[in-house]
Design a protein around this ligand. Structure first.
Ligand code: AKG
Length: 360
C-alpha cells in the first residue's frame, strides 16, 4: 500500500514537472517569436559592410533581403541574359538531372493525416531523378505540368551550377565577396534552381548560411525561426520514391518504398509534414513570415531557419551555401532543440517519469 502511495506521489510530481517543461517550451516559442520574428523581413539597400552584416544578421540569425547588390559587373551577364531561351541556347544539348513529380512536391511527406501541429504517418516521397538534355527540360517547362505529364524542377543541391552547367557558371561570381567575408568562408556549393509555380520545396531547414539570389521571376519563401514549434512535427518517415510508368497513353505515377540494394528497408527520414501556408495546420505558437524575392534581390536565409519555397512564375535563381567552421548556433536554437527532444519524448512515452520525479 505504502509503495502504491509513493508511486502516486511520484506520478503527481512527475506530471507537474512535465507540465512545467511543456509550459517552458510554449513560453520559449512565444518569447522568441516576439523577440526574433519580424512582421516583415527587413530590406537592406546595396551590399552591406561585412562586419555590420556579421553583427546584425549572421550572429543574430536574422534574415533580410538585400537589394541593389547584384548591379555590378560580376552579375551583369546573368542579370541581362538569363532566361529559359538563353540557358537552352547555351546548354541545350548538355545532360541535366531534373526532379520530376506528379504534383510538384518532391522531398515531401505524402499520405499522412494532418491535424493542427502534427502530421501522423505518411511517407517521405522523393522525386524521380530524370536524366535529360537541358533542351528537353526547357520543353517540359514550356508545356507545363499537364502537357509534360509531371512537374519538372531543376533543383539538385550538390553544387550543380559548376558540375552540370559549366557554360553558364562564369556568368555569376564564384563567391559574393561581402557575404563570404561576413560568414568567414568560401561557398561550399552554388546551386542553380529553375522551375515554375507548380514546384514546391516542402518545409525543411539546412545547416548552411544561405544567400539566395534571384535572376529572373519571383521566389516566395515562408520562413519560420529555428525555435518554431513546427519542428515538433520532425518525425521519422519511411522513404519512398516516385516513378512514372512510361509507354502508356496516360502517364501513370507510382510511389513505392525505397529499398537498399539488398532489398532491406532504408532508415526512416525525419521530415516535417505540415504545410505552414495552411493556417489550420500550424501549431498554436507558430509564427511564419512570407517573403517575396524578386529578380535582382538576394535573401539571406540564416542556418537552421525552416523554409518552404515556391515560385510565382517561371523563376531562375542561384544560391550560395556556406558552411562556416564555427557555425552560428544562437542559444535559443540550442534551447529549441532541447524543447523539441523533451516534447517528442513526452509524446512517445519515452521519458522516464519516475526518474523525473526523483530529480531535485
Ligand atoms: O528554391 C527552392 O525551391 C528551395 C531552396 C532551398 O531549400 C534552399 O536554398 O535551401
Amino acid at each position: 500500500m505504502e509503495s502504491a502511495g509513493r508511486e502516486i506521489r511520484h506520478g503527481d510530481v512527475a506530471a507537474c514537472r512535465l507540465r512545467a517543461v511543456e509550459k517552458a517550451a510554449a513560453w520559449l516559442a512565444a518569447e522568441s517569436r516576439a523577440l526574433w520574428v519580424p512582421a516583415h523581413v527587413p530590406c537592406l539597400n546595396g551590399a552591406p559592410p561585412p562586419l555590420a552584416f556579421l553583427r546584425e544578421h549572421v550572429l543574430m540569425s536574422a534574415p533580410c533581403i538585400v537589394r541593389g547588390a547584384m548591379d555590378g559587373a560580376e552579375w551583369a551577364r546573368a542579370r541581362e541574359l538569363w532566361s529559359l531561351e538563353y540557358l537552352s541556347a547555351a546548354m541545350g544539348a548538355l545532360p541535366v538531372t531534373v526532379n520530376v513529380t506528379p504534383h510538384g512536391r518532391g522531398d515531401a511527406v505524402v499520405g499522412g493525416t494532418a491535424t493542427r501541429g502534427l502530421v501522423i504517418g505518411g511517407a517521405f516521397a522523393k522525386p524521380e531523378e530524370r536524366e535529360m538534355t537541358f533542351a528537353q527540360f526547357a520543353d517540359a517547362l514550356r508545356k507545363g505540368a499537364h502537357g509534360a505529364g509531371g512537374v519538372h524542377y531543376l533543383s539538385l543541391q550538390d553544387g550543380n551550377l559548376r558540375a552540370q552547367h559549366a557554360p553558364i557558371a562564369a556568368d555569376v561570381p564564384a563567391a559574393v565577396g561581402w557575404f563570404a567575408d561576413a560568414v568567414g568562408c568560401a561557398p561550399d556549393a552554388i546551386n542553380l534552381w529553375v522551375g515554375d509555380s507548380d514546384a514546391v520545396s516542402s518545409v525543411h531547414a539546412d545547416h548552411y548560411e544561405n544567400l539566395y539570389c534571384v535572376l529572373s521571376g519571383e521566389k516566395v519563401f515562408t520562413l519560420l525561426p529555428p525555435v518554431d514549434p513546427i519542428s515538433r512535427d520532425l518525425e521519422p518517415r519511411a522513404p519512398a520514391r516516385y516513378t512514372q510508368a512510361r509507354g502508356h497513353a496516360a502517364a501513370r505515377w507510382e510511389l513505392a518504398p525505397e529499398l537498399a540494394p539488398d532489398g532491406s528497408a532504408l532508415p526512416p527520414v525525419p521530415w516535417i509534414g505540415l504545410d505552414p501556408t495552411v493556417p489550420d495546420q500550424l501549431p498554436e505558437q507558430s509564427a511564419a513570415v512570407t517573403v517575396r524575392v524578386r529578380a535582382g534581390e538576394m535573401l539571406f536565409l540564416p542556418a537552421n531557419w525552416y523554409h518552404r519555397v515556391t515560385q510565382s512564375e517561371l523563376t531562375i535563381a542561384v544560391n550560395f551555401w556556406h558552411d562556416p567552421i564555427q557555425a552560428t548556433v544562437p542559444p535559443a536554437q540550442l534551447l529549441a532543440q532541447f524543447a523539441r527532444k523533451v516534447h517528442r519524448a513526452l509524446h512517445a512515452g519515452e521519458l522516464d517519469v519516475a526518474a523525473l520525479a526523483d530529480t531535485g
